[in-house]
Each structure stands twice: as C-alpha cells, then as structure tokens.
Design a protein around this ligand. Sequence first.
Ligand code: F7E
Length: 344
Amino acid sequence: MQTALITGVAGQDGSYLADLLLEKGYTVYGMYVASTRMNSSQVCLAFDNIKHLHGNKQFIPVSGNLMDLRSVEIVIEQAKPDEIYNLAAQSHVKRSETEPEVTRNTNAYGVDRILYAARKIVPNAKFYQASTSEMFGNAKAPQDENTPFAPVSPYGEAKLFAHQLVKDNREKGFFTVGGILFNHESERRGMSFVTRKITYGLAGIKLGFENHLSLGNLDAKRDWGHSKDYVRAMWLMLQNKTPIDYVISTGETHSVREFIEAAAQVLDINIEWKGAGVEEIGMWNNKPIIKIDQSFYRTREINVLCGNSAKAQNELGWKPEIGFKKLAEMMTKNDLSLRNKQGY
Ligand code: F7E
C-alpha cells in the first residue's frame, strides 16, 4: 500500500488531493500548520476543508511548518512517504507584496528545506512541487512549458526559485516534478481569492445580507479551472515513468468582470456596468452592488494568463472536466446555500 505526505492539507488543493488518494487506497499523512498544539482527534475538526476526514483511520494529520527544518524532518521520519506533495505555501499574490519575507521563507526556502529532508530520509520518494502560472508574469499568452518565466510579484519570484530547485534535484537523479498549474478554484477556495470573494459576496447581496462588494482590477484575465480536476493532474505526474514538468490549464481565459457576470447569472442578478476604471460601478435594481477599491489592485498586475496544456493532455491523458460556467455555477450555488445556513 502506498503512503503519501501532503503539506498544506487543510487548503483547497490539499484537501481534494487527500480525498483522491484516500479513494485510491493510500495512507495519507496530512501536514498542517496550527497556531496552538492540538491532539490529533481535534485537528480535522479545526479545519473546514478536512472536517469530513475526521475519524478516517487512513488519514493521519501531522503538525509541521516549512519554515522549520526539524519539524519537517520529524514529519517525514514518521510518515516515510512514497510520494510527497508539497502544496503548503503563502499562496496569496497580493499578500506577497506586503509580506515578501514570509512568502520567500515558505515558498522558496521552505521548498529547499523539505527537499533536503526528503533526500536525506526518503531518497526514493517521488516529490511534487506546486509550481504556478504566476511564474510567467506577463509573458505572451498562451503560455506553455517552453514559455520563458518572468514573474512580477514576490510570490511568483519565490515560486520560480522553488521550481528551479526542483529541476536541480531532478538533474541530481531525484524524482521531482513541478506542476505549473494555472488558477484553480472551488467551493473550498479561501475567501480572499477573487472567485470566492465574488460568489460569497454576490450570494450575500442576493440574500440581503450585504449591500455591495468591493473589488480591484476587473479587466485582469485568468485561466480558471476546478481544483478537483487539477489534483488529479498532480497524482498523474507522480505516476509518470520519468519526472517531467507540465502546464495544467483549461486553455480558456476570462476577465474578472466575466466571472462576476457568470456568478450573477446563477443568482438572477442582472448587472449593468456604468463608468470606467476606478469609477466603474456594477448596478442592480438601481443600486451599486459592485464598487472599485484601489487597495485591491496589484502593484504589478499580470494582465492575461491562458495556458496550453496540450503536453499534459497528450502524455498524461489528463483533461479538465469542469469548465468556466460550471465552475462559477458550482461555487455560487454552494455559497448561496452556505450563506442561507449561516443566516448572515
Ligand atoms: O486574483 C484580480 C487580481 O487573488 C485573480 C493563487 O492561487 O492563482 C492565484 O493567484 C485576479 C488578479 O488569484 C480582486 O488583480 C480583482 O488579477 O484570485 P486572485 P491570483 O493572484 O491569480 C495562481 C495561479 C496562484 O498560484 C496563486 O497562489 O483577480 N482581482 N479584484 C482581485 N483579486 C483579489 N484577490 N481580490 C480582489 O478584490
């Protein structure tokens, strides 16, 4: 039976990947960062995304932090994994502008630490690193495995550093891959990422709990897929005979404004746009429900991300099953029922 270690298990991707591997019969060690010490029976209950794993004997939560080498060594010594999925990160791009050191320490040096510990303790383990389309910056779309990297944020820069470490380790003979994943979202997405902010916010407006939603740049375009599809690609990459990096994306790009419209449609909200730039307002029933707040703008924005995942589709047999409209619908319906239940 296979054993996997997933860092960042309480996040969107970590939790979906844990579900997938458990279904496949793996024993899964899930590394999480906690602010207080918890006993293992409390861990799942403390994190929404892994609550449903409470009591699952094949799932073992382990406390560890990529900023602390010894903690990572202890986790790897305990788990002795065949596969390691390094999904832990400071994953918010805007936050990386104001907290660049925390971002580098986790997303760059943290990867150095876990690779070092893995090589020492389980040199034959296969290693997956969560690389990202943010490494491309404003390189011409569509981006693929041959597109030159040109990151424009501390987040993208730190991820590129880690991607290079993964390549270095591969050249030294270790099975290490970097999955270059474009944006992927879901009902488990953190509330501060734009898609979830929109679906949760619009659901609240529809129910009368909120008057408006403040957002930043509505013209940025992203290639948005569903996290469930993307964790399948992570697993496939580690089942490959040879370690190769792949781009994972839907191949479609949409603006933030289009995502708002797709979510609004699910709620029967007809948005009428007025004005432009920072003066733009989204109106519904003669009320401003979308306003622009410049504090959400990036210092350096990536204007268009659109991935070409032909290589992964041909060589791994992977393809995305959930498209843009369906994604917006699933997230919006989920948040409507969540906010209904919450009552606020
Ligand atoms: O922003 C614009 C913002 O924060 C998407 C992470 O998973 O994907 C994600 O990074 C776009 C940007 O994701 C707001 O300017 C407008 O253009 O949802 P996001 P991201 O920065 O693309 C990549 C692949 C990763 O690797 C990252 O870890 O939306 N935008 N208004 C806004 N963004 C936010 N967060 N909040 C707004 O109010």
